[in-house]
Design a protein around this ligand. Sequence first.
Ligand SMILES: *Cc1c(COP(=O)(O)O)cnc(C)c1O
Length: 357
Amino acid sequence: MKKHNFSAGPCILPNEVLEEASKAIINFNNDNLSLIEISHRSTPFVQVMHEAKQLVKELLAVPDNYSILFLQGGASLEFLMVPYNLLSTDGKCAYINTGTWSKKAITEAKNLGETKVIADSSDKNYSYIPENIAITEDFDYVHLTSNNTIFGTQFKSFPETDSTLVCDMSSDIFSRKIDVSKFGLIYAGAQKNMGPAGTTLVIVKNNILGKTGRDIPSMLDYKTHIDKNSMFNTPPVFPIYVSMLTLRWLKDKGGVEYIEKINEDKSKILYEEIDRNTLFYGIVKKENRSNMNVTFNLHDNNLSKEFDILCNENGINGLKGHRSVGGYRASLYNALPIKSVEFLIELMKKFEEKNND
Ligand SMILES: *Cc1c(COP(=O)(O)O)cnc(C)c1O
């Protein structure tokens, strides 16, 4: 039986998707060739790219004046591409620092120009989302991380601003409804909620580009990739194909609206158990708890070895927290069945009974 996979990333994908993807490795499209040995300019792959973009557009209701790209270099390269493309040579940009990924994005922006950190939750090891963020100056853009994969916090609403809003949605894209029109640019590495590592989804409003007065290397220029339909160079065909299959799966299930409800149910029952169980506690501020990455810990660290063994013996994978937080992190991405969450809860209950005897 497949393990209960709570991995934070790369993460669980639907079984149907994995089966279909494995077939395509041997014989894609009944052409007696593998998906990964045909030209990316052949009709079958061009159709994959087209369908992948269409599905993104449909599932997130992306307006017509936005481009949808599948790039390489992970979300980490977007940390650099964003300032290259949006920060003018005499302008300034703003960042909200809510954790490791935000911090890495800030480092790249600072290398290119004036970068202000307008809100920061590092004083309490990123266990909350800053409130009432005032954006009073004129910035080329304001950057935030919608879901903090490592710490387990999530923006439930987004700051209001006239500046262009840029968002790293790597770990909660397609998990809940969003209003794309509120953002100038959204990016997400595929491997958290969409597919395997190797491609990054970028959704960018066309009219925000080309205004920096900066020379941008071709591969870092969004316009290059828009003009060439994400095929300026050889695209990562397999990650794009698997992402397309996952998005098809999501659409068949009922789309983002459907999965949002399930994701709420999954996180709700797990947080309830964490709050109820006398052995465990939740790590982050309640109002800022993520529906994707649930971070928690044991009151008594001496019990951790025993709990780890119990998890291991019961086929639970990927529950260990990030080294900068410690404790546990249950990642509840779209493809994780609610049954896995219920199974984990049962285990936590058993563990409590055993230790309270
Ligand atoms: C994982 C992650 C990243 C880094 O993604 P890579 O594709 O490995 O570069 C960036 N931001 C967030 C929010 C993440 O969860």
